[in-house]
Write a protein that binds this ligand. Structure first.
Ligand SMILES: Nc1ncnc2c1ncn2[C@@H]1O[C@H](COP(=O)(O)OP(=O)(O)OP(=O)(O)O)[C@@H](O)[C@H]1O
Ligand SMILES: [Mg+2]
Length: 215
């Protein structure tokens, strides 16, 4: 029997546990017989990883316009869709995405104030209309998320601060609120989990919901 793959994205502000849960959920899907591909945003392709470095660590980062930032994320995503996502899904694999289009709506649309509708339209162009089958939103007070990431080693090899992690609290409150609006507007796609629960409890909820919807 050929198992039909699903496209599943994980969303939420920094430190909510996306990476933690994706690793566990990948093993869960593989144990159920799926081939699982993993992609992260921005990145996942050679072009995307270069864009990721610009977005996170460029020396001119403090002068980057919000519009340029949004378009860079979109360029990385457009490449990811054509080079990785569509081929993997066509081959029957499940794809787990560490962030996708909802991140742009929440961060650039609401956080940076570019407008959620405008960013949604840009996403549509970048992805050719590809939408996840299932989106797990890990919802958490951003302050708690940041406390978690501070106790984790940074990803920059040369020790430079990560530009995306230097925004003030009100920015993250806007991002969190936008995520929750997206979830409310798209209940057939979203599953919101209280990310303040333990990693085991969060994982159990995600698996139970996946089984309820798709198994
Ligand atoms: N449910 C949880 N309760 C407490 N701590 C957690 C929980 N989930 C993950 N953590 C811890 O919080 C930190 C951040 O988790 P993780 O890296 O998975 O988050 P993330 O959403 O991927 O963050 P980022 O957006 O920065 O990539 C890690 O040290 C992880 O071990
Ligand atoms: Mg992560």
């Amino acid at each position: 029997m050929i198992l039909r793959g699903k496209f599943i994205s994980f969303e939420g502000v920094e430190g909510v546990g996306k990476s933690t849960q994706i690793a566990r959920f990948k093993a869960f899907l593989e144990a159920r017989g799926h081939t699982v591909a993993f992609v992260r945003e921005p990145g996942g392709t050679e072009l995307g990883e270069d864009v990721r470095k610009i977005l996170k660590f460029a020396d001119y980062g403090d002068r980057m316009s919000a519009e340029a930032e949004a378009l860079l994320f979109s360029a990385a995503r457009a490449q990811l869709v054509r080079e990785k996502l569509l081929p993997a899904l066509a081959g029957g694999a499940c794809v787990l995405a560490d962030r996708f289009t909802d991140s742009s709506v929440a961060y650039q649309g609401a956080g940076r104030g570019l407008g959620e509708k405008k960013i949604a339209a840009m996403n549509e162009f970048a992805t050719g209309g590809l939408v996840p089958d299932f989106t797990v939103l890990l919802d958490l007070d951003p302050e708690i998320g940041f406390a978690r990431t501070r106790s984790r080693a940074g990803e920059s090899a040369d020790g430079k601060a990560d530009r995306m992690e230097t925004f003030p609290r009100d920015f993250y409150e806007r991002v969190r609120a936008a995520y929750l609006r997206l979830a409310e507007a798209n209940p057939q796609r979203f599953f919101v989990v209280d990310a303040a629960l333990s990693p085991d409890e969060v994982f159990e909820k995600i698996c139970a919901e996946y089984v309820r919807r798709f198994a």
